[in-house]
Structure formats: structure tokens, C-alpha cells
Write a protein that binds this ligand. Structure first.
Ligand SMILES: [Fe+2]
Length: 155
């Protein structure tokens, strides 16, 4: 049954960009896990908890994005090989806590840029369902970015 009442062809660019977003998010997620585990030093307690908070939020966003793709009757990309091939976010390997926060902020910038691409495509396709989901994630990630930036400025 066609419950969407949206032009299937116009949704293709939206799905393409949502899959790109999914790829970026997965590498970002694993970067956060790495830093959650590898962080050391006097900022351990702050950053260990903050990274967990961010990857828990990313995990929820990842699932929502994939299920949005399913809702519009397409298949989300679901292998790490494809994510690694597609993502512009790279795996990070710093041991310095300040560098860790900088890397995560850089990852945010890439994800935020990709979200804006998704929002553009969704707007063209009049796909307000996607707009609604992504706009919420975007403002939340912007807020987290501000906090990380504030942490960097102070220390
Ligand atoms: Fe943990």
C-alpha cells in the first residue's frame, strides 16, 4: 500500500544522502567509542562520560536514519565496508585528550554539513518526514558542538 503519497523518483536523492549520512555517523560513532576507551589523564572522568553520552545519542540517530530509509521503502546501507568506503569522516587515533575533542568537533562539522545536504534534498522532494527527523538531530549536534568548543576554549 502506498502510504507515503510522495513521488518515488524524487525520494531517490534523499535516500542517497541519508545513506551518506548513515556512513558518516557510523565512523563517528566508532571514533567516539575508541576515545571513550582510550582517553587518559586528568580529564578522564569528564571525557569518558561525555564520549559515552555522544555515542549513545549517535546510536539512536543511526537507527532513526536507517528506519526512515525503510519507511520510504528503500534499504539502508548496512555493512562497515560500505560505510568505510563512503564516509569522508576518517577513523581517528589520537591519544591526546584535546586532540580527541578537536577530532570529534571536526566530525560534527562533516555530519552537520551532510545533514544540510539531506535537508535540501528533502525540501525539494517535499519529504517533511525526513526534514522533521534530521532538523532535530541537527540542532542537537550543533548544541553538542558548542559545548565541546567551550571545553576546548577553557582548557
Ligand atoms: Fe563504557
Amino acid at each position: 500500500m502506498d502510504y507515503l503519497n510522495l513521488e518515488k523518483k524524487s525520494l531517490n536523492p534523499v535516500v542517497e544522502e541519508l545513506n551518506q549520512l548513515l556512513a558518516e555517523y557510523h565512523i563517528y560513532y566508532q571514533n567516539l567509542r575508541r576515545y571513550h576507551w582510550h582517553v587518559q589523564g586528568s580529564n578522564f572522568f569528564d571525557l569518558h562520560v561525555k564520549f559515552e553520552e555522544l555515542y549513545t545519542s549517535a546510536q539512536l540517530s543511526i537507527d532513526e536514519i536507517a528506519e526512515r530509509i525503510l519507511t520510504v521503502r528503500q534499504k539502508p546501507i548496512a555493512t562497515y565496508k560500505e560505510y568505510l568506503d563512503m564516509a569522508t569522516i576518517k577513523e581517528v587515533k589520537s591519544v591526546d585528550d584535546h586532540k580527541m575533542v578537536e577530532h570529534i568537533l571536526q566530525n560534527h562539522k562533516i555530519i552537520i554539513d551532510q545533514m544540510r545536504v539531506v535537508l535540501d534534498k528533502a525540501s525539494e522532494a517535499e519529504d517533511e518526514g525526513t526534514t522533521d527527523i534530521i532538523a532535530g538531530f541537527l540542532s542537537s549536534l550543533e548544541k553538542s558542538s558548542w559545548m565541546l568548543d567551550a571545553w576546548l576554549a577553557k582548557s
